[in-house]
Design a protein around this ligand. Structure first.
Ligand code: AHR
Length: 498
């Protein structure tokens, strides 16, 4: 196919939000234990954190990290995870049928975030606890000192408050799998009361109310409306969660997953605005897309039955990603960028070992999955403002999402540089793309990187850790403001311009 893209410097969507490049660490499987924390590992620091993982997280460019769940948070007592380690209890985690040793908790995790230079986004357990434990956690985390809980934090070795700005009011409360799941009415009322109480302590907190666990939930739409009718004035964000996978060998539909994400965002924004207008509110609720990724969930659900015994840090959800998965992840991130007007925070779910861009072996190496690359490159190159490209591309028909463009794109522009991100969803043909960049005033292409492979199911594994990496796209040329580039079949590309 041939596609023509026009970039207009004036067609600004919104600033690039650094929080778009957030991620997620849940106490799940080997995400924490033998993932980011492994005392005794050759690269471990004095806190037991693997520095090889820290280096990869920094390279990934993850900005905000959501913690400690996920489904885990709905059975979590935060008090278990602070104070002297030898006194911390071992608990059952019903969400993942695992044992939790609590050897890593809030204070350790905050120290790890300093190493990775990222921001903490904390979830409170509204499902099985309530308002007071949430307020206690807020006091422990954020109050400077002079109260019992803040002094406990100081005594535990953290003199400065963690100053956590973003807080999730529970997790996926619409899902029957959630310990303590609720109806929209019950949750909306509880979330409103919890949020109001937390804001009494600090009016500048940024609070995220749970939206739907996915757009296929039977309550989708109604859930957001009801929850926001109760909580609108007290919260700042509504969450979206979406996972995609190739199903029944339908690669064409899978590659168009970003069109579904777009539809999801449209619907949630429209619902939030509907409630806002009805309330005659001047306030705007933004979207926190705080779980998104490719996840072979169907396969996980089928294998779930065999995991009966209670184990510490079992191997769970350790998906190995393909080239096609990386193209989809890159495209989903492009969609989040393009919607930066309303999606002002997002979290790739997750970060280490569990449906993650980074994998580790206990005592062994850490490596990059295929999906690591588009995320890391986009986080590095996107800056300034997002601009909406005009895309003239042939379309194709997908079984799951209807018509989709074969070529998709988004661009960002800063004072002295610009970046363009592209995908070719055609599974057979190279796309020849022309991009009119005259309005950007860029003179040269400083980087052109493409992720593609003859085998779209190629993966990076322990045995072959760099089987799939981005390569220079030598076809890129910029002459008189017209950029031309060939995009191989099923590929993701980034261009940096100066
Ligand atoms: O990210 C894995 C799980 O997916 C999370 O715990 C939950 O919130 C979602 O269902």
């Amino acid at each position: 196919p041939r596609a023509h893209i026009t970039l207009d410097r004036q067609a600004v969507v919104a600033p690039v939000r650094r929080r778009t490049f957030g991620s997620f660490v849940e106490h799940l499987g080997r995400s924490v234990y033998t993932g980011l924390y492994e005392p005794g590992h050759p690269t471990a620091n004095e806190d037991g954190f693997r520095m090889d993982v820290v280096d990869l997280v920094r390279e990934l460019g993850a900005t905000t990290v959501r913690y400690p769940g996920g489904n885990f948070v709905s059975g979590f007592r935060w008090e278990d995870s602070v104070g002297p380690r030898e006194r911390r209890p071992v608990r059952r985690d019903l969400a993942w049928r695992s044992l939790e040793s609590n050897q890593v908790g809030l204070d350790e995790f905050a120290r790890w975030l300093k190493l990775t230079d990222s921001e903490l986004m904390l979830a409170v357990n509204v499902a099985t606890r309530g308002i007071l434990p949430a307020l206690d956690l807020l006091e422990y985390a954020n109050h400077p000192s002079g109260t019992t809980l803040s002094d406990q934090r100081v005594a535990n070795g953290t003199p400065q408050p963690h100053d956590v700005r973003m807080w999730c009011l529970g997790n996926e409360m619409d899902g029957p799998w959630q310990t303590g799941f609720m109806t929209a009415d019950d949750y909306g009322k509880l979330a409103a009361r919890t949020a109001a109480a937390m804001k009494r302590a600090d009016k500048d907190l940024e609070l995220v109310v749970c939206g739907s666990s996915g757009s296929a939930m039977p309550t989708f739409g109604d859930w957001e409306r009801t929850v926001l009718e109760h909580s609108y004035e007290h919260v700042d964000y509504v969450s979206c969660h979406a996972y995609y996978q190739e199903q029944d060998g339908d690669l064409g539909s899978f590659l168009a997953s970003a069109t579904d994400m777009d539809y999801f965002i449209d619907t949630v924004v429209a619902t939030a605005d509907h409630v806002g207008h009805k309330k005659r509110s001047r306030k705007r609720i933004d979207v926190s897309f705080d779980e998104w990724n490719v996840w072979y969930l169907k396969e996980h659900q089928e294998s779930e039955k065999v995991h009966e015994e209670w184990r510490h840090a079992p191997r769970l959800l350790e998906d190995t990603y393909t080239v096609a998965d990386a193209v989809v992840v890159g495209n989903l991130l492009m969609t989040l960028l393009r919607r930066s007007d309303r999606v002002t925070s997002a979290s790739l779910a997750q970060l280490v070992n569990v449906i993650a861009p980074i994998m580790t072996e206990p005592g062994g190496p850490a490596w990059r999955q295929t999906t690591f690359h588009p995320f890391s490159i986009t986080s590095r190159l996107a800056s300034g403002e997002v601009i909406r490209p005009v895309i003239d591309s042939p379309v194709y028909e997908t079984a799951r999402y209807g018509e989709a463009c074969l070529v998709d794109a988004v661009a960002t522009v800063d004072e002295d540089r610009a970046a363009v991100f592209l995908v070719n969803r055609d599974v057979r043909e190279t796309a020849q793309v022309t991009i009119d960049v005259r309005s950007l005033g860029s003179a040269r292409v400083t980087e052109a990187l493409t992720l593609a492979d003859e085998d779209v199911y190629a993966k990076n594994t322990l045995a072959e850790q760099d089987r799939v990496t981005p390569a220079a796209n030598k076809s890129a040329a910029l002459v008189d403001g017209l950029l031309t580039i060939d995009l191989p079949p099923t590929s993701w590309t980034a261009l940096a311009l100066r």
